[in-house]
Every structure is written in structure tokens, then in C-alpha cells.
Design a binder for this molecule. Structure first.
Ligand code: GAP
Length: 440
């Protein structure tokens, strides 16, 4: 087994063992391309989405948030080109009937599973179709990207908020693609989440906005603790871009299974708004006072939540030696760590010590909700367990906290995950210490 395969297996196994990510529908044998986020995975995901929302929506005056419906009028996807063109090339083995994406096969002449020959390559549309209500033939699709909902609400946001160009609309939500070959854990799944922005600009202002969003992508990576050395910009060449796009950058990441797309950033001209204007017969132009109406052009940064999680996990996964023992730990940035601190009494059999520890824990939890009470096992085992799930600090309440050494009364020990070092800190400073490390 290669080192990178090994790393991937270790990450997947840790995710399952410690309750980050489980196989979807596992007790029924699973459902390919689906993953369930467990208690720690949900907290990690929340942090990753909250940072994005904060950086790109809430903290800015030129951005508007949206949560559009997943089911949309099918005409949306006809106008956007998804019904006719959102497809991957599919081949089926004539012998074992396994299906593959033709563009991902190393040898297109024989089936990698049984050696059989393939039939014709055909285009397979990746949208999931579903029936609406009780009327036969009334179909819709599960959205294959969140962007469609943004374009469809452009006019609503303009009419209700009267924003000045340039401005953007951001949305986080589920997307569904009937991938022919879901693979590589949460990297390519059939149900996933996206964080997308459509940033509307005047045609002549696209380059400046594109550059600002290019920097924004790197700033976000840094904020969530994705190793910058492992992120690479790929300028998509003229012939490989969608015909309407004048510039596209794929942000690639060195995943354990190779360098693959993490996010995309595209200048899409006014292709989308023009297409929806034609499809809906509604005027989607923008009219500033004293200016000619314009159908705004758009810059689209598109982030996958699940790929962010995988890049964060890959960046954080660390094996080292501490105190003469080997250990595995997740070196999460405290901002994304699902648990910021574990609070423990030094021993469990001294009621007055436990009572004090509980009091400190309850007070701190009101200010920093992502903390846990942990009094399982001895302190060494607690540290290893918390290290493995990436908890940056372990807080221990001991007899000095109660005043055994008078000058240490009302202080606790704070043990740092990365160095293993312990420092004493006044109880009153715990909350500001943690919040100062996680604020943007
Ligand atoms: N609106 C543009 C758009 O959807 P995309 O490159 O198809 O562009 C954007 O998708 C991002 O969504 C990708 O960079 C990736 O992070 C994520 N993504 C796409 N397909 C995915 C899948 N099958 N599983 C997990 N994430 C996916």
C-alpha cells in the first residue's frame, strides 16, 4: 500500500471511529455516494460553513444571503443548459454490465473489473429527476448546484434591497449529482453541499472583482487551516473553459489520492442572467439612475463544503512523538475544531473538586458552546483521546484551583494539544483566551 493510500485509509478510519463521518445507510449495506456526518463531523461542518458565511456574507455590506428551494421549476434547468448539457460520458461493460466514466478510464478498450469490452459511449445526465405532486409527468430535478437559485432570485434581491453594483448573493446548501463513479470518500459524492457566490459587476469591472475573489479564496483557506503549500491555482486554458467563460481558475489541493479540484472561480460574463431572461421572459437588467440598463456580468466563486472538510482533515492529520509515545492527532485550527476544550476534574472521587469543575464547565459552556465535559479514564488517556479529535485545549481543575497552594487559587491548568505543554490560567481568563484564538 502506498503512503498516500495509507493516509487516506487512516483518515477514513479515524472519521468513522471517532464519529466524524459514517457511510450513508450503513446498517442496510450503505448507499454509494452518500455519507452521514456524525456528531463531530456536524460540528466541524458547521464551523466551516459559519466561517465562510461570516467572511463572505455577514461581514460585508455588498453581499446578500439567500436560502432558495432545492426543488425548482424545471424551466430553470432548461434555461441554464443543465437539461441538455449537464452530463458525463458513460460506458457500460458488455460482459459484467459495470458502468464507468469514459474520461476516467486508463484503458478505454477493456473493463477494469472483468476485462470485457465496452459498448458505445453515451452522455449521461447527472441531474436526479423527481416527480412533483400527484400529476403524472410533472417532473422536477434536485438542484445540481446552488447557483441556479441565486440567478432566479437576482430580480427579487434588486427589487427589495436596491443594491448598487457591484454586489453579490451568497448561498450555502445541498446539491445533488447522480455521479457515475462516486469515489474518494466525501470528495465526489452524489449528495453534497456547496457554498456559492454570484458577484454581479459591470462588464468593464470584472477583472478587479475576479482578483479580489481570487484573494478571498486564499484568505478562506487560511482561515479554516488548509495548508497553503498544498493549494495550487490552475488557469483553465481557452479550449477547456465553458464557451461563455473568459477566465476560470481551478483551485486544486494535494489530496492523499492526488492533486484534484477543491474549488472553482469563474468569470461567466452575463451568460446566466441572459439565459434566465430569455427563459423566463422577465427583464433581468439592472438600471442605475442616469445610466443605460445593463445585464450584469458575474464572478462565481464556488466552494464545496465536503471537499473543504477533506482538505482540512488532510492538512490537520499528524503523527508525532510526545513524551516518548507515538500519537495521532488532528492539528485543527481552533476556529474549525469541533471541540474547543475538554474540561476535567483531576480525579473523580473528590466531590468538592468535581463540583468546582462542573461549575467552571457550566459557566464556560455558556460563553463557548463547543466545549465538553470529559472525566473518562486517566488524564493521559483523556489527552490522547482529545488529541485524536483535534481538541486544542484540555482544562484540568485540581486541588490548587481550590486553594491548596493559596497563590494558585482559582486557576486551572490548560494543556496545549500541539506542544503538550501545560500552563496555569485564571478561571476568569478562560473564555477570552479561547475566543481570542477563534475569532476571525
Ligand atoms: N456553480 C458552479 C459549480 O457547481 P462545479 O465545479 O461543478 O461548479 C463547484 O462545482 C464545487 O462543488 C467543486 O469545486 C467542488 O468543491 C464541489 N463539488 C462538485 N461536485 C461534487 C461532488 N460530486 N461531490 C462533492 N463535491 C462536489
Amino acid at each position: 500500500m502506498s503512503e498516500s493510500q495509507n493516509l487516506m485509509e487512516k483518515i477514513v478510519s479515524l472519521c468513522k471511529r471517532r464519529g466524524f463521518v459514517f457511510q450513508g445507510s450503513e446498517i442496510y449495506g450503505g448507499l454509494a455516494g452518500t455519507w452521514d456526518y456524525g456528531p463531530l463531523g456536524v460540528a466541524l461542518k458547521k464551523n466551516i460553513k459559519d466561517i465562510w458565511w461570516n467572511m463572505f456574507v455577514e461581514s460585508r455590506d455588498d453581499m446578500y444571503g439567500l436560502d432558495a428551494a432545492i426543488l425548482m421549476n424545471p424551466k430553470v434547468w432548461e434555461a441554464s443548459g443543465h437539461v441538455s448539457g449537464f452530463s458525463d460520458p458513460l460506458v457500460e461493460c458488455k460482459k459484467c454490465h459495470h458502468r464507468f466514466r469514459a474520461d476516467q478510464l486508463e484503458d478505454v478498450t477493456k473493463c477494469p473489473d472483468c476485462g470485457g469490452g465496452f459498448g458505445e459511449v453515451r452522455q449521461f445526465n447527472m441531474m436526479f429527476k423527481t416527480e412533483i405532486g400527484a400529476t403524472e409527468g410533472a417532473i422536477s430535478y434536485l438542484r445540481p448546484e446552488t447557483a441556479g437559485g441565486i440567478f432566479v432570485n437576482f430580480k427579487n434581491v434588486v427589487d427589495s434591497f436596491h443594491p448598487k453594483l457591484p454586489f453579490g448573493i451568497g448561498q450555502i446548501g445541498k446539491a445533488f449529482r447522480n455521479e457515475i463513479a462516486p469515489r474518494d470518500f466525501v470528495f465526489r459524492s452524489r449528495e453534497f453541499e456547496q457554498m456559492e457566490v454570484e458577484y454581479f459587476v459591470r462588464p468593464e469591472a470584472w477583472e478587479e472583482a475576479f482578483e479580489a475573489w481570487r484573494k478571498g479564496v486564499h484568505a478562506y483557506n487560511e482561515a479554516v487551516g488548509i495548508s497553503s503549500d498544498a493549494v495550487h491555482e490552475l488557469e483553465v486554458a481557452d479550449g477547456d473553459r465553458a464557451h461563455y467563460s473568459k477566465r476560470t481558475i481551478d483551485f486544486e489541493f494535494d489530496f492523499p489520492f492526488g492533486r484534484k479540484e477543491l474549488y472553482g472561480l469563474a468569470y461567466r460574463t452575463n451568460f446566466d442572467l441572459s439565459a434566465h431572461q430569455a427563459g423566463s421572459a422577465q427583464d433581468l437588467s439592472y438600471k442605475a439612475e442616469g445610466e443605460e440598463p445593463v445585464v450584469p456580468h458575474v464572478i462565481e466563486p464556488s466552494f464545496g463544503v465536503d471537499r473543504t472538510i477533506l482538505a482540512v482533515l488532510t492538512s490537520a492529520y499528524t503523527e508525532d512523538e510526545l513524551g516518548g509515545e507515538t500519537r495521532t492527532y488532528l492539528k485543527f485550527h481552533p476556529r474549525v475544531a469541533p471541540i474547543k476544550a475538554a474540561v476535567s476534574p483531576l480525579v473523580k472521587n473528590k466531590p468538592h473538586l468535581v463540583e468546582k469543575a462542573r461549575e467552571i464547565y457550566n459557566d464556560l459552556k455558556k460563553q463557548v458552546p463547543q466545549i465538553v465535559w470529559d472525566d473518562n479514564g486517566n488524564i493521559g488517556k483523556r489527552y490522547r483521546r482529545q488529541d485524536e479529535i483535534g481538541t486544542p485545549w484540555c482544562i484540568t481543575i485540581d486541588f490548587d484551583t481550590l486553594g491548596e497552594t493559596p497563590e494558585l487559587k482559582d486557576t486551572v491548568t490548560v494543556r496545549d494539544r500541539d506542544t503538550g505543554e501545560q500552563t496555569r490560567m485564571p478561571i476568569a481568563e478562560l473564555s477570552s483566551f479561547i475566543t481570542s484564538k477563534i475569532s476571525l
